[in-house]
Design a protein around this ligand. Structure first.
Ligand code: ADP
Ligand code: MG
Length: 398
């Protein structure tokens, strides 16, 4: 069932209304500075649209993982100042959005004015989805807009609970875009449809593999996950990261869907994960004892790129190697470039997964793929076919 969207509301009815917008402003920071502002930039279109039509806009977001109450380290106050610069207008900061004083402050906002509430996780009951806290958040608005795709897989007071209490409850522009790209890819893919999976652990991606197998033409497997499959094929994997308890499952997957699963033909290996240790590129059946696979090798990149080049829909979750440590970033970069090439040739290409998205952004290729999801865990759960509580609670489209 598709969900009611902000775009479907008559904008002339927004004038003077108090609109509570749940955003995902959980950006990475170092020494008080934002190191990647992707999520803030992605949130702006919804905020600007509401302001343009005269709404009073109240922003809610979590930030980091404060343990058991307020912690100045996780205050959203620095983000309020950042938003003021981007919007070119003042942002009222609500230290405690659960108070009557905050309700009054919101009523006093000018048309087009913006308030940002302190970190939702500072308030007891947020993560337990306490109805009393949801009611306090709900008291701030006449309309609820959920634009926090990155948190949509969590049923929290500011994502799920509030959506039952403020009506209408609709998706924002970012949420709509995420659901459209990911939804079309899995429900109505233009074929050939290719998935690329990597990352550290096969255990975290089993549900994804099982959910995708009936839908895709091929799954390309990289990352440490490939090593568990190698082991299941009876190959020597040296000291590579293998999940022993998943070897039987990998063997079963190979038996049942052998031709759909495409494994690397070779490995980039080293004795230690250390940029200065000697590396070698070897065929997958020649990983020596004492060495470990930290990336797919160039022959695998070529083989993967050939398949990606024939695809009309591609989804990618999980890096091909330890991309944080060159030269083990080459496989991930090669796949990112292949995605850019496929996009230029007309394919729909989607990157989900926090680390894969970061790798594509670091390579400067984020504008050369169709869509980079802002939600790592949420995109994974969506692709697994699990309902996202933050989306499910929104009004159904009529
Ligand atoms: P995503 O966030 O894109 O879903 P994951 O979190 O599943 O990806 O996995 C990312 C991690 O996997 C990275 O930190 C990367 O270093 C690690 N990784 C990838 N390949 C290997 C490998 N061959 N050996 C060890 N770690 C790996
Ligand atoms: Mg990750």
């Amino acid at each position: 069932m598709s969900k009611r969207t902000l775009a479907s509301l008559d904008p002339t009815n927004l004038d003077g209304q108090r609109v509570v917008v749940r955003l995902d402003l959980n950006v990475p920071m170092a020494d008080g500075a934002i190191t990647d502002d992707t999520r803030i930039r992605a949130a702006l279109p919804t905020v600007q649209y509401l302001r343009q039509y005269g709404a009073r806009v109240v922003l809610l977001s979590h930030f980091g993982r404060p343990k058991g109450g307020p912690d100045p380290k996780y205050s959203l106050k620095p983000i309020a100042r950042d938003l003021e610069r981007r919007l070119g207008s003042p942002v009222v900061f609500l230290d405690d959005p659960t108070t009557e004083a905050s309700v009054t402050a919101v009523r006093r906002l000018p048309r087009g004015g913006v308030a940002l509430a302190e970190n939702t996780r500072f308030f007891p009951g947020e993560e337990a989805n306490d109805p009393a806290l949801a009611a306090r958040f709900a008291a701030l608005g006449d309309i609820f807009v959920n634009d926090a795709f990155g948190t949509a897989h969590r049923a929290h007071a500011s994502t799920e609970g509030i959506a039952h209490l403020v009506k209408p409850a609709v998706s924002g522009f970012l949420m709509e875009k995420e659901l459209q790209f990911l939804g079309d890819a899995v429900n109505a893919p233009v074929r050939p449809f290719v998935a690329i999976l990597g990352g550290a652990k096969i255990s975290g991606k089993i549900d994804l593999i099982e959910a995708l197998l009936p839908k895709v033409d091929h799954i390309l497997i990289g990352g440490a996950m490939a090593c568990t499959f190698f082991k299941a094929m009876g190959l020597e994997v040296g000291n590579s990261l293998v999940e022993e308890d998943r070897v039987p499952m990998a063997r079963r997957l190979l038996e049942e869907s052998g031709s759909q699963l495409v494994l690397p033909t070779g490995a980039r290996i080293a004795e230690r994960l250390d940029g200065s240790a000697p590396t070698q590129d070897v065929p997958r059946d020649q990983i020596p004892a004492g060495w470990a696979m930290f990336d797919i090798d160039p022959s695998s990149v070529t083989a993967f790129a050939d398949i990606i080049g024939t695809a009309r829909t591609v989804i990618w979750n999980g890096p091909m190697g330890v991309f944080e440590t060159p030269p083990f970033d080459a496989g991930t970069l090669g796949v990112a470039r292949a995605l850019a090439g496929a996009t230029a040739a007309g394919a729909i290409t989607i990157v989900g997964g926090g680390d894969s998205a970061a790798a594509v952004t670091a390579a400067g290729l984020e504008t050369q793929v169709s869509h980079v999801s802002t939600g790592g865990g949420a995109s994974l759960e969506f692709l697994e076919g699990k309902p996202l509580p933050g989306v499910a609670a929104l009004d159904d489209a009529t």
